[in-house]
Design a binder for this molecule. Sequence first.
Ligand SMILES: [Zn+2]
Length: 242
Amino acid sequence: MHKDNLFAPLRPKTVLGIAAHPDDLDFGASGTMAWFAKQGAKVHYLIITDGSKGTDDLKVSPKELIKIRQTEQRAAVKAVGGKSVSFLNYPDSMLEVTMDLKRDIVRIIRSVKPDVVITMDPSMLYSANRGFINHPDHRAAGQAALDAVFPLARDHLSFPELLKDGYLPHKTKTVLLINFDQSNFYVDISETLTNKLSALKAHASQIPDMDEIFGFVKDISRRAGRKANFQFAESFVRIDVR
Ligand SMILES: [Zn+2]
């Protein structure tokens, strides 16, 4: 094993990606989603907001945009060989870490029963080097997802109303956090980079210059791959939950 890749490869049966917006998981993890699906995993996406603010087009209404982006996300899930996508439709750009949000995520975790959850690293506030502030929805989604994984989905006394509805407690074994600045785990996406590019292609409303994005994604995947002796890789902070 390469010294930068601190863990053995994962072979999950069920994977749940949890993110704020349509396209977040496809930028950060769709090569991995496709790789897991290719190995027989059931891959599910959970998108928390309605994506209704993601446009510079003054003519498109929020309602139209929600529809466009959900259609795009469904196509992207298909491109990675995913099984399902759920939308919670919280208003875009206003997401907060509330108990209602955590309950909504716990409900999905307890029904999908993932062994791996992939979400955004909520500790990523900004990157001065790269000159960006992480979207507050990304942080809120990641925080609520982590809280839902541990301890809320695991403990039957959390949200007794869910237990009453038949949602039994579930313990997720591994969390992969999308964090563009640091990582301890690399997934070989050499065979699924094309799926990733197709998934991104589905998000046409969000990507004005597809060739530029393809070049950028290939470049960062190649750079991540170099750290783990793969041609192309996606990188994560991996937590194996004890
Ligand atoms: Zn986003």
